[in-house]
Ligand binder design. Structure first.
Ligand SMILES: CCCCCCCCCCC/C=C/C(=O)SCCNC(=O)CCNC(=O)[C@H](O)C(C)(C)COP(=O)(O)OP(=O)(O)OC[C@H]1O[C@@H](n2cnc3c(N)ncnc32)[C@H](O)[C@@H]1OP(=O)(O)O
Length: 281
C-alpha cells in the first residue's frame, strides 16, 4: 500500500493515457506529496511491468516531467504484490523488426541514463521480483530497499543475452568488481537476504509500508542540504558513465541486433518462453 498522505488535496496525480497497453490506467502513475516534495512513481504495466518500447518511453517522459517540477526526491515502485519489474518485455525480442529492436534498445539505454542521472535523490522500493531489466531499474537509483522473499539479479546470460558494458559497470559500482563479475557471468538471481549481504540492496523491509517509511527516511537525510551541492556531486560521480554509454551506444545497439536476430538465440528464446508457460502447469 502506498503511504497515506495527510491531506489528499496535496496529492497531485499526473496521468497520461497510453495506447497499446493491457494495464488499467496509465502505464506510469506519479503521486506527488507537495509537503515533502517527494514523488512516488508507480510502474503500472500489468501483469509484470515488463519493459516494452512504449512503457520505457513513458518512464523517460515521467522523469523529464519530474525534473521540470523540481521535486525533492523520487520513490520508484510497483503496484503488484509480487513483481517490481520483470525486465524487458521478452516479446520485444521474438523475431522483431530490426527498426523496432533498435528503438527498444535505444529506449532501454535512455531509461537507464535518465534514471541514473536524475538531479534529485532516488530510491527503488523493490516490492517484488526484479530480474534483468528490473534489476537494472533498481540499480539506477541511489538507494534500494527490498521487501523480503523476492529475487533480484542480472540473469541475462541465462537467457542467452550478453550484459552490456554500461550495465555491468553499474553493477560493479554497486557490489564491487568480484561479486559483479561472478554474478553477471553466471546470471545469478539473489534472494532479498543474499542481495543485502552483497550490497545489491541497502535495506530490507517486511512489507511495502515499512519499505515506504524507510524510503522517506533516506530522502529526509537531504532535507536540510543544498539541492545544488547534492545533485552536482551526484552528477560528477555519475556523468562519465552516462557519457561513456552514449559514446558507445551505436556499437551497443549493433551488438544487440546481432545477438537477438541470431537463429540460435531465437530458438533459445522460444524454449525460454515455453518454460515460463510450463512453470504454471
Ligand atoms: C529487445 C531488445 C533486446 C536486447 C537484448 C540485449 C541484451 C541485454 C540485456 C540487458 C537488459 C535486460 C534484459 C531483460 O530484461 S530480458 C527479460 C528477463 N526477464 C525474465 O526473464 C523474467 C521472466 N519472468 C519471470 O521470471 C516471472 O514471470 C516473474 C518472477 C517476474 C513473475 O512470476 P509470476 O509467477 O508472478 O508471473 P508469471 O510468470 O505467471 O507471469 C505472468 C505473465 O507475464 C508474462 N511475463 C513474465 N515475464 C515477462 C517478460 N519479461 N516479458 C513479457 N512477459 C512476461 C508471463 O509469460 C505470463 O504471461 P501469461 O499469463 O500470458 O502466461
Amino acid at each position: 500500500m502506498l503511504r497515506k498522505i495527510a491531506n489528499p488535496a496535496r496529492l497531485l496525480t499526473f496521468q497520461r493515457t497510453m495506447a497499446s497497453t493491457a494495464s488499467t490506467g496509465p502505464l506510469v502513475r506519479t503521486e506527488l506529496d507537495s509537503q515533502t516534495g517527494y514523488a512516488t512513481v508507480i510502474l503500472n504495466r500489468a501483469p509484470v511491468n515488463s519493459l516494452s518500447l512504449e512503457f520505457m518511453a513513458e518512464i523517460i517522459k515521467t522523469v523529464d516531467e519530474l525534473e521540470r517540477s523540481k521535486i525533492r526526491g523520487m520513490i520508484l515502485t510497483s503496484p503488484s504484490s509480487k513483481v517490481f519489474c520483470a525486465g524487458l518485455d521478452v516479446l520485444e525480442m521474438v523475431n522483431p523488426s530490426e527498426d523496432r529492436l533498435r528503438s527498444v534498445w535505444r529506449n532501454l539505454q535512455d531509461t537507464w541514463a535518465k534514471l541514473y542521472g536524475t538531479s534529485f535523490p532516488t530510491v527503488a522500493l523493490i516490492n517484488g521480483h526484479a530480474p534483468a531489466g528490473g534489476c537494472l531499474l533498481a540499480l539506477t537509483c541511489e538507494y534500494r530497499i527490498m521487501c523480503s522473499n523476492f529475487s533480484i539479479g542480472l540473469n541475462e546470460t541465462q537467457l542467452g543475452l550478453a550484459v552490456p558494458p554500461w550495465l555491468q559497470k553499474t553493477m560493479r559500482n554497486t557490489v564491487g568488481s568480484r561479486e559483479a563479475e561472478i554474478a553477471c557471468i553466471k546470471g545469478t538471481m539473489f534472494s532479498s537476504e543474499e542481495a543485502l549481504k552483497i550490497g545489491l540492496v541497502d535495506e530490507l523491509a517486511a512489507d511495502k509500508g515499512e519499505a515506504m517509511h524507510k524510503a522517506c527516511n533516506y530522502l529526509d537525510t537531504f532535507k536540510n542540504m543544498s539541492p545544488y551541492a547534492r545533485s552536482a556531486t551526484k552528477l560528477l560521480l555519475r556523468n562519465k558513465k552516462i557519457e561513456d554509454m552514449k559514446r558507445a551506444r551505436e556499437d551497443d545497439i549493433d551488438r544487440v541486433v546481432k545477438n537477438v536476430m541470431n537463429s540460435d538465440f531465437q530458438a533459445g528464446l522460444a524454449a525460454y518462453l515455453q518454460s515460463l508457460k510450463d512453470r504454471k502447469k
